[in-house]
Design a protein around this ligand. Structure first.
Ligand code: PMP
Length: 413
């Protein structure tokens, strides 16, 4: 499987990029913006199956990004695709929802301990926006506490970018540092009687820095602040949801949110997001006007039911954990053998590898570029994702590719 060209400066990927530059501003937008792609990485893919991707130039690699999260069972999972096809044969976007909406809502309410109700959307940003809207409607207040550096989506109220966004869009956000209960308490103090919600990601997964699991004392402080103020504790589980736990990701530390936002992995690549909420917020959820032309589409809901069923059947979280641990142990041994210092962080299902003495991520980029040439798609800055399609042989094959990456870093001195 080794791929012989590092950077697709010619070929199908390059041709597509050139055409895109003429009709798409900058050639691509957002997190897939050409300037953000790791060195030597292709932009276009033609097919995917299980944990393997094929790029526009026909190069195959073992995928450790899983479409930035969604492919929790692996690409084109047969049961999920069969369920999607069955629903598609009946109808997808109709004048109203299909029965599968009720079945999926019942399933989520049954699975997620705090959930008494749920609402569906399309993207993670929709879900975090709905959570904040419901919290504000329920409390009649404005301030939302968010961790510095956390990503909650691309809408004006939460985007990390300043272009096209007014100061007023962010006026009611108050910042704290993740896992720092004192800074959270100070932020709550600053919000005073206007505190509507504390919004936290399931764990700290800011780009380019070591991942941090939530400190249970910090999570309990967040719960206590919300209880004392009558505010909503919102867990943004868009990225982590269903990979770490089949309930919500804070279930493992025993802290229950009032509202949770889910999306990435919920329907194994079909576009769906969900907000689940506690009873106390149900009345406010009836008052907010949240909707979208495609929010009732039935195919992604059928795909979600099949995805959740399969995750439960195979104990997906444990399986991804085992494969992530195998990858982590193998990377650690290889780094040592090559005399290269690395730091590995995050849950094994969503790992990150950073290099010591690598402030500008040159080593990380060289590692990824060489590993990709040898057939494994890692990421130098963003947490990666395991799927249930990764088997031991895939991890071992990816480790062979990683060896080429470590050799490239070792040569940098
Ligand atoms: N919250 C978190 C924690 C995310 O990682 C993301 C992106 N996956 C979002 C919100 C926004 O999701 P989307 O890109 O689907 O709008």
């Amino acid at each position: 499987m080794p791929n012989d060209t590092a950077s697709p400066s010619h070929g199908a990927d390059a041709a597509l990029r050139a055409r895109a530059r003429r009709v798409i501003p900058g050639g691509m937008w957002g997190h897939l913006d050409v300037t953000r792609l790791p060195e030597g990485y292709p932009q276009y893919f033609v097919s995917a199956e299980g944990c393997r991707l094929r790029d526009a130039d026909g190069r195959e690699c073992i995928d450790f990004m899983c479409a930035w999260g969604p492919m929790v069972l692996g690409h084109r999972h047969p049961d999920v695709e069969a369920a999607a096809r069955r629903q598609a044969a009946l109808g997808d976007t109709m004048n109203g929802p299909a029965p599968v909406l009720v079945e999926l809502a019942e399933t989520l309410v049954g699975m997620i301990p705090h959930a008494a109700w749920c609402l569906f959307q399309k993207n993670g940003t929709d879900a975090t926006t709905v959570c904040v809207t419901v919290a504000r409607a329920a409390t009649g207040r404005r301030k939302v506490l968010v961790a510095r550096g956390a990503y909650h989506g691309a809408a004006p109220w939460c985007t990390p970018s300043l272009a096209g966004v007014t100061a007023e869009d962010h006026a009611h956000l108050v910042h704290f540092d993740y896992n720092d209960a004192a800074s959270l308490e100070a932020a709550a103090e600053a919000a005073q009687a206007d505190l509507a919600a504390v919004l936290v990601t399931a764990f700290r997964h800011d780009i380019g820095r070591d991942l941090e699991m939530p400190d249970p004392a910090f999570a309990r402080a967040a719960r206590a602040i919300c209880d004392a103020a009558g505010a909503a504790l919102i867990v943004d589980d868009v990225r982590a949801g269903f990979r770490l736990h089949l309930g919500d990701s804070w279930e493992a530390i025993g802290v229950r949110p009032d509202l949770s936002a889910f999306s990435n992995a919920i329907a194994n690549g079909h576009s769906l997001a969900a907000v689940t909420g506690a009873e106390r917020f149900g009345e406010a959820a009836t008052r907010v006007f949240v909707t979208g032309s495609f929010w009732c589409a039935a195919v992604p809901m059928a795909a979600a039911l099949a995805t959740l069923t399969e995750l439960r059947r195979v104990d997906g979280s444990a399986r991804m954990r085992a494969m992530g641990e195998r990858l982590r142990a193998g990377l650690g041994a290889l780094a040592e053998r090559h005399g290269v210092g690395i730091r590995q962080s995050g849950p094994p299902q969503m790992p990150l590898v950073l290099f010591e003495d690598d402030p500008d991520q040159r080593k990380g980029s060289a590692f990824c570029a060489a590993a990709l040439r040898a057939g494994a798609y890692f990421h130098p800055r963003h947490n990666m994702f395991l799927s249930c399609a990764h088997a031991e042989a895939d991890i071992d094959r990816a480790l062979e590719a990683a060896a080429a990456g470590f050799a490239a870093v070792a040569r940098m001195g």
